[in-house]
Design a protein around this ligand. Structure first.
Ligand SMILES: O=C(O)CCC(=O)C(=O)O
Length: 263
């Protein structure tokens, strides 16, 4: 399975619509890939909080339409990263979209763990409440977004729902890059899954982005890692490695779920 992670630069001097069209062109160029991934909140920038409301869209807004068309044209599964979604009640969500190669929506996931503590996304957006998996032809993908990476219980829930590969779009800041790499590897090794984590490049709202998109295998080894600038990271992975790893080193069978519930 060939996957391409589009580590697009998100800078404020590029208008949102220009970046939307540029992202679509980059997706169309990946027609030889099976799965293409964009990062978190790449239309606005994950730290450009004041832009969320201005550029929020209904689920089936301009980003949805543009990305559905790009997936269809390229003939790829497309995790189109996330966008600021506004629902019919006016609540904003950090929502990821996954399209099939025919351009149909295969899954939507509203980020569960909002970042910012008492400001930013944590106060401006609503929280999702549903872990989401989506079955691709070669692997079942579990969806998580950026800060979610710090919450292993979400990833266990996704494993229990059948996930063999985690796709994690992010807008991770450079100053915590060491955490990004460590957490991506931890989620892979503890769950014996692939992790495809796609960050952004550039600087927005004064926050330099880490880039360093990363692909980790079920043994926790780094298959490929991008540098800091805009880059497309393309890897060939064998999803069959998940079953083999779980068979040969069956730690997931030794879980004691009864101890994980409150007494
Ligand atoms: O957890 C972190 O250090 C970064 C999280 C983040 O930037 C986000 O979720 O948008």
């Amino acid at each position: 399975m060939r996957a391409s992670l589009i580590q697009i630069a998100v800078d404020e001097d590029e208008p949102v619509e220009a970046r939307r069209q540029r992202a679509a062109a980059l997706v169309r160029e990946q027609s030889g890939s099976d799965l293409v991934v964009l990062p978190e909140l790449w239309t606005t920038g994950a730290f450009a909080f004041e832009r969320f409301a201005e550029h929020a869209e209904p689920l089936k807004g301009p980003t949805y339409e543009t990305m559905a068309d790009a997936a269809r044209t390229a003939g790829v599964w497309l995790h189109a990263g996330s966008l600021p979604e506004r629902d019919e009640q006016g609540t904003l969500y950090n929502t990821s979209l996954v399209f099939s190669p025919s351009g149909d929506l295969a899954a939507a996931y509203r980020k569960i763990h909002r970042f910012g503590f008492d400001k930013g996304e944590a106060v401006l957006m609503g929280a999702g409440d549903t872990p989401v998996t989506v079955a691709l032809p070669d692997t079942t993908v579990g969806l998580a977004t950026c800060y979610d990476l710090r919450f292993p219980e979400l990833f266990r829930a996704l494993v229990d729902a059948g996930a063999e590969t985690f796709v994690v779009p992010a807008g991770w800041p450079e100053r915590r890059r060491a955490h990004w790499t460590l957490l991506a590897r931890a989620r892979a090794v503890e769950n014996q899954t692939f992790v495809l984590a796609c960050g952004t490049a550039g600087t927005h709202a004064g926050v330099p982005q880490a880039g360093h998109s990363i692909v980790v295998d079920p043994w926790g080894e780094v298959v490929a890692e991008a540098a800091a600038d805009e880059e497309i990271l393309t890897v060939d992975i064998d999803p069959g490695r998940v079953a083999v790893t779980r068979e040969q080193f069956p730690v997931l069978k030794d879980r004691v779920p009864s101890l994980h519930r409150p007494a």
